[in-house]
Design a protein around this ligand. Structure first.
Ligand SMILES: Cc1cc2nc3c(=O)[nH]c(=O)nc-3n(C[C@H](O)[C@H](O)[C@H](O)COP(=O)(O)O)c2cc1C
Length: 197
C-alpha cells in the first residue's frame, strides 16, 4: 500500500499549481528535459502504447519556425518561454507494441489494420501523456502552460514533414513568473460533475 502524499506535495502538483503565461529568464537544461521525460514516461497508456512523441523547441531557429503556427494570443508567451514542447502522437505507435506489450502478440495488427482505431488511440494516449508531462514537471519544480491555440497543419508541415507524427498540443515549460498569471478560475464541484451509480 502506498500512502497519500503530503499536503505540500498535493498543493505543488495540483491544488495551488497554476498555468503560467510568463516565465523567469532562466534556461531549462537538456538534463532537466531528460528528467522530465524519464519521470512522465511511467504514466499508463492503453496497451502500453506510449503514443506521445515530443519535440522540445528551444533554439531561436526552431522558435521562429513554431511562431508561424501560433494563434496571435499565444505568440508572446511562447516566444518568451525557455522551451516549448510540441506534444505529438505517432500515427504508427503500434510498430512498438511487439516490444512494449509482448503479452498480446496480435496487438500490432489490431491497429495496423484499423486506421480509425489507431487514430483514436493515438490521440487519447498522447493527450494523457501530455498531462503526465505537466504533472511530472510540477513534481520536479518545472512550471508549464498548455496551448491548443495553434495551427496543427502548419506545425506538422514544418516539424513532421514525413507525415508520421501529428501535433496534438503545445506546452511551454520553464520557471514561472506569477505576475503573468490570469486570476485563478473556479472548478466545478463534485455534485456538478460526478454521479455515483
Ligand atoms: C489542452 C489545453 C489547451 C490550452 N490552450 C490554451 C491556449 O491556446 N492559450 C492559452 O493562453 N491558454 C491555454 N490553456 C490554458 C488554460 O486556459 C488554463 O490551463 C486553465 O484556464 C486553468 O488555469 P490554471 O491552471 O491557472 O487554473 C490551455 C490549457 C490546456 C490544458
Amino acid at each position: 500500500m502506498t500512502q497519500a502524499l503530503s499536503d505540500a506535495a498535493l498543493d505543488q502538483i495540483l491544488r495551488t499549481a497554476r498555468t503560467f503565461n510568463k516565465f523567469q529568464d532562466k534556461p531549462v537544461s537538456d538534463e532537466t528535459l531528460k528528467s522530465l521525460y524519464e519521470l512522465a514516461k511511467w504514466g499508463p497508456t492503453s496497451m502500453n502504447c506510449q503514443a506521445m512523441r515530443i519535440v522540445f523547441v528551444r533554439s531561436p531557429e526552431a522558435k521562429a519556425k513554431l511562431k508561424q503556427a501560433l494563434m496571435p494570443g499565444n505568440v508572446e508567451k511562447t516566444m518568451g518561454a525557455p522551451v516549448t514542447a510540441i506534444v505529438a502522437s505517432d500515427s504508427q505507435f503500434y510498430d512498438h507494441l511487439p516490444t512494449q506489450f509482448p503479452a498480446l502478440p496480435q496487438a500490432r495488427d489490431m491497429f495496423a489494420g484499423n486506421a480509425a482505431l489507431a487514430a483514436e488511440t493515438a490521440l487519447r494516449n498522447s493527450s494523457l501523456q501530455a498531462a503526465y508531462l505537466m504533472i511530472a514537471g510540477r513534481a520536479l519544480g518545472l512550471d508549464s502552460g498548455a496551448m491548443s491555440g495553434f495551427n496543427p497543419q502548419v506545425v506538422n508541415e514544418l516539424f513532421f514533414p514525413d507525415g508520421r507524427f501529428k501535433a496534438n498540443m503545445l506546452i511551454n515549460f520553464g520557471y514561472g513568473d506569477a505576475s503573468g498569471n490570469w486570476p485563478r478560475g473556479p472548478r466545478l464541484g463534485f455534485e456538478d460533475v460526478v454521479r455515483i451509480d
